[in-house]
Design a protein around this ligand. Structure first.
Ligand code: NAD
Length: 273
């Protein structure tokens, strides 16, 4: 895709799933990639070993493309860590051109029963974390008077309510207006802000159904195209939106969802025949 060669990209939550595929895709496009990781053992049940394995896999794939890649640690909920990370990327890669806010978590439970702390945790990573990252990136773009791109990895749950995942639904709903507000505010400064809206995608966040054939079939039945998406499909759309081929697009969310946002229950007429 045009305009990605030699660009410097920071991908948060880049060590697994969609983030990892995005990091690999940008490298394949000739971009230099900073892969953010949060190696806190308490991180959503991931063991230190798993995180390191994922980092190694990502590094090995990127190394094949012969571009620069660095690892940068930060918990996206911590402003000081995110700001240090952005500076670290600028110091080590020489610049920052594209930020991909991908880090995300979900916590389930009846909305009247989950701990308010759990609600706060999801908002802190998915929404506040994306804002903190965008804020730091925009400060850099403005200080250098250079163009910049921000891509938020949102979700179909930006517009489809997700019962039992109230924090997640609210965070992604908020992400839509984060995307649109920043896009409008900085359009005149040559900074584009867009989002992708993945549907059900095979990644570790979905381990509850990915490895269970019955649950997986149930998920597939709800998707008009009859299958979940892949991380690579999410990465392709992210690369497109970040590239010069999307130079006139800002403030948009591109859903990559096999038709999930098309009101699948209306595939057959049931309300007016
Ligand atoms: P994943 O669990 O593999 O990836 C999430 C990543 O975020 C992990 O690398 C994790 O370490 C990182 N992360 C979590 N908390 C962090 C923190 N505080 N600081 C830094 N990193 C942190 O799952 P995924 O499916 O690849 O999710 C990536 C994004 O895609 C998320 O924002 C998710 O909401 C979104 N998404 C996924 C799907 C899906 O079906 N998989 C659908 C829609 C949207």
């Amino acid at each position: 895709m045009q305009g990605l060669t030699d660009k410097n990209v920071l991908v948060t939550g880049g060590t697994s799933g969609i983030g990892q595929a995005i990091a690999v895709r940008f490298a394949a496009e000739g971009a230099h990639v900073a892969i953010n990781y949060r190696t806190d053992i308490e991180d959503a049940g991931q063991t230190d070993e798993m995180v390191h394995e994922a980092i190694e896999e990502c590094r090995n794939q990127i190394a094949r493309h012969g571009v620069d890649h660095i690892l940068v640690q930060a918990d996206v909920t911590k402003q000081d860590q995110v700001e240090r990370m952005v500076q670290d990327v600028i110091d080590r890669l020489g610049d920052l051109d594209i930020l991909v806010n991908n880090a995300g978590i979900q916590i389930s439970g009846s909305s009247h029963e989950i701990e308010v702390d759990d609600f706060d945790k999801v908002i802190a990573v998915n929404l506040r974390g994306a804002y903190i990252g965008a804020r730091a990136a925009i400060q850099h773009f403005l200080a250098e008077e250079k163009p910049g791109v921000i891509i938020n990895v949102s979700s179909v749950h930006q517009i489809i309510p997700k019962p039992r995942f109230v924090g997640y639904s609210v965070s992604k709903g908020g992400m839509q207006n984060l995307t649109r507000t920043l896009a409008l505010e900085y359009a005149g400064r040559n900074i584009r802000v867009n989002a992708i809206g993945p549907g059900a995608t095979i990644t570790p966040i979905n381990r509850a159904w990915v490895d269970d054939p019955e649950k997986k079939e149930d998920v597939e039945q709800h998707i008009p195209m009859g299958r979940p998406g892949t991380s690579e499909e999410m990465a392709a759309t992210t690369a497109f939106l970040a590239s010069d081929e999307a130079a006139y697009i800002t403030g948009q969310t591109l859903y990559v969802d096999g038709g999930l946002t098309l009101y699948p229950d209306f595939r057959e007429a049931w309300s007016s025949e």
